[in-house]
Design a protein around this ligand. Sequence first.
Ligand code: PHE
Length: 336
Amino acid sequence: MTLEELEAAKAASLAEAAAANDAAAVEALRVKYVGRNGSIPGLVKAMKDVPKEDRPAFGKALQAWRAELEASLAAKGGGTAGEKRADADLTLPGRWWRSGVMHPLSRVIEETADIFGHLGFTVADGPELETKFNNFTALNTPAHHPSMDRSDTFWFGDDCLLRTQTSPVQIRTMLANKPPVRVICPGRTYRRDTTDATHSANFHQIEGLYVDTKPVSLADLKSVLAYFAREMMGDGVEVRFRPHFFPFTEPSVEVDFSCHVCKGKGCNVCKQSGWIEVAGAGMVDPRVFRHVGYDPDQVSGYAFGFGVERIAMIKYGIADIRWLYENDLRFLSQMA
Ligand code: PHE
């Protein structure tokens, strides 16, 4: 191609660009002339066949052609990749990214740590694989208690099991620390339950333990749980204790919160009772203190344990425990 031919081709391309009147035509010209296999890059490649003395002028002319054509295509709304297209509808809504949300179980755990943090409790941790001593014996569980049965507990040999409760962290904490201790222990727990809407073989508990050398009473326990109830479920939630039995506390209670949905009047969430059971609790049994080397004449304390799923289900109105584990975005995105 001679320089004259080049100028003629350039003029033709600019005329085509001037005549292009929609985005598709502009794009077609971009592909035809400046695209990877377009005429201009083709001519650049063919420069080696141009006589040496003509090459500088030829190169300059090609550069100018490309610049002018690109400018005229850009003015028509074509333009190089990444630039806004003039034919884009600027009234369309922007794109959005769904932001993630914290899982309801994590949320309950974090909030609990926060609430008890204000009361001076720190978070303690323990392994999910426990010894029989920590999970049962030190917690004063009698040797033939049904909870130790193979049909209730996942055993790995005679001394190793998946913890059935977070209470073994009480034992670990007391074995490792002198009183006073004030901890909450969130974590996974395992029981051989058949899964249904309210049971799961793997669930979460939060244990609480307060032991001090000054007298600790059931009234202290009640006031702390009442504070927790209000912070977690909202003002006006009441706490009720019902006598119960746990091997590691004496006296033992089951803890109910007044139903936050009907405010205690009775509805289908609380099965018309006005109350929802949320926790087990009590004053630490002297035998537990002896197992960890504390002198029951010198110390006293309370312990409590509640189900994280339970709190999440009543707080967020979740009807089926399985929804908490299925990672279904239709469910999780409602937690925003
Ligand atoms: N560990 C008991 C349970 O799983 C709950 C509990 C904890 C009760 C601490 C009393 C004191 O049912």
